[in-house]
Design a protein around this ligand. Structure first.
Ligand code: GUN
Ligand code: FE
Length: 494
């Protein structure tokens, strides 16, 4: 079978490495002449800087004699960067990416989302859409994703299988939603007990394919308070504690939603207080959105150790609001980034990093300059921040000895003016340059480097202009992932 298996040789990655320092979001650590040794288990065994001769490094690490070598091209346009960590994405909503019209959260759920998710009762629908979603997120450099699936057990198990086969690190959560008010009759759990029992079936399945949750882990997933009875929320809180599994849900995304929670659960002081009373606020809890938190709710979340998935593309698209990320960070809350497909219209975490910077500027226009998040900080949130949110900060999000090789090779396009002119000297220089400019615009990625840029400038150009054409290769746990649909998954042997 082609199930996930590490079959790598020891590999040395050589060239330029860029990542965020573990404890400093405000700058990037740029290493131009580095060598990183990754063992067959995908674990980083050495990080060497200022490497003059690779042979001298290999002499120091005998296990790497004859190792595979992967180099960034010289010339300052390629670099290794940690894989992105998408802390909030709805895999079954992928077919709707970009389709939301002028809706806001609650009518968006009814018009687009519930009907689409309900269609995953068909395994054929699930296979097509989940394969696309995993392929597309990998192609965009997402090495870890926290997925919400649907209520369907077979489809949710298939999503776990596909992640495992494709080699994407994933948290896969069966959607829990038993309330008879908001949820349509055609798409909900019959009872709280059925919801919990089906969740346990999905946990058992993941245990059977990945017993130590090395790559794929279950995650307890109550949709959000208005979709759940208090009985279900309480039972899921208990299940999360008993199994020590992570948990994910939505909070304070939209004013209408918050109003609904107040009406449905009048005995609780706030949205966060309800989750807390049900045992759902824990260090392993990922709360999506958290746009309209009161001060008291912020304190409850901070004191519980729960983490926040910031979803700027979705928050803008559904006009939910501008989350006060600087405030959350200053309060000591851990924040990562989520695409929130398809509230968010893009599977791209690079787009999400970009929107993090941009939305923070909108917040800054009302709340002050200090709210602006830099390119460096936004990238930190998409890598190191996300790693903390999913509890894997010792494994992923940066390049350090003992961490795992979850990485992407980024390539930008250099405009080679002088060479081009020399090569085709018989033409008038202007003519050649124009011709080349048009050719390279058609063939190359979206980012042009002219040579004068610092590494920080190049990274900023990537963040603001780049896309998946700049992601040349993606590795998870040392294994190069194949993301070209549909040849890479052997469905008969899942
Ligand atoms: N709240 C409840 N369900 C959803 C969902 O699917 N997406 C978003 N963005 N918010 C939700
Ligand atoms: Fe969401």
């Amino acid at each position: 079978t082609r199930k996930y298996r590490v079959v790598n040789n020891p590999t040395v990655y050589v060239g330029t490495f860029i990542h965020s320092p573990r404890d400093d979001a405000r700058k990037l650590d740029i290493c131009e002449d580095g060598a990183i040794g990754v063992n067959p288990d995908g674990v980083i065994e050495f990080v060497e800087r200022d490497v003059q001769a690779l042979d001298a490094v290999l002499d120091k690490y005998p296990g790497y004699k004859g190792a595979d070598v992967v180099r960034t091209q010289p010339g300052g346009t390629q670099f290794f960067f940690p894989g992105f960590i998408d802390t909030h994405i709805h895999a079954p909503q992928y077919p709707n990416a970009g389709v939301f019209g002028s809706t806001t959260l609650l009518d968006w759920l009814n018009k687009y989302t519930f009907p689409t998710e309900a269609s995953f009762s068909s395994l054929a629908v699930a296979r097509t859409n989940y394969t696309r979603c995993v392929a597309r997120t990998l192609a965009n450099g997402t090495t870890t994703a926290a997925y919400y699936a649907t209520i369907h057990v077979p489809a949710t198990n298939l999503l776990a299988d596909i992640c495992s086969a494709a080699g994407q690190r994933a948290f896969v959560g069966r959607m829990c939603m038993d309330h008879r008010g908001l949820n349509p009759d055609y798409y909900r759990d019959e009872t709280a007990d059925e919801s919990v029992a089906n969740t346990c079936l999905c946990i058992d399945h993941i245990k059977s394919i990945d017993p130590s949750y090395e790559l794929v882990s279950p995650i307890i997933t109550p949709r959000f308070a208005p979709s759940c009875t208090e009985e279900l929320l309480t039972k899921l809180g208990k299940l999360a504690r008993e199994t020590n599994l992570p948990c994910q849900t939505h909070i304070d995304e939209n004013h209408g939603e918050i109003q609904l929670v107040a009406e449905l659960f009048p005995e609780h002081e706030s949205y966060a207080a309800l989750y807390d009373a049900c045992g759902l606020l824990m260090p392993k809890t990922i709360l999506g959105h958290a746009i309209h938190l009161s001060n008291r709710e912020m304190e409850l979340i901070r004191d519980s150790g729960a983490k926040i998935a910031h979803c700027p593309v979705s928050n803008s698209a559904l006009t939910s609001g501008g989350a006060k990320v600087r405030w959350l960070l200053d309060c000591g809350i851990t924040v990562g980034l989520g695409t929130d497909v398809s509230g968010g219209f893009s599977v791209s975490m690079l787009e999400t990093v970009r929107s993090t910077a941009l939305v923070s500027r909108h917040v800054a226009m009302t709340d002050g300059e200090h709210c602006k998040l830099s390119v460096e900080e936004s990238l930190y949130l998409g890598t190191r921040g996300g790693a903390k949110v999913v509890g894997l900060e010792d494994k992923i999000g940066g390049f350090e000895v003992g961490m795992e090789w979850d990485a992407q090779l980024i390539g930008l396009e250099m405009v080679r003016k002088e060479e081009a002119v020399e090569e085709k000297a018989e033409f008038a220089a202007d003519e050649v340059l124009d011709k080349l400019a048009f050719e390279s615009c058609r063939e190359a990625g979206p980012v042009d480097v002219f040579g004068w840029e610092s590494w920080e400038d190049r990274v900023a150009k990537w963040v603001y202009n780049g896309d998946d054409r700049n992601t040349l290769a993606v590795w998870v746990k040392g294994r190069k992932t194949l993301f070209h649909y549909p040849t890479f998954i052997d469905y008969d042997n899942l």
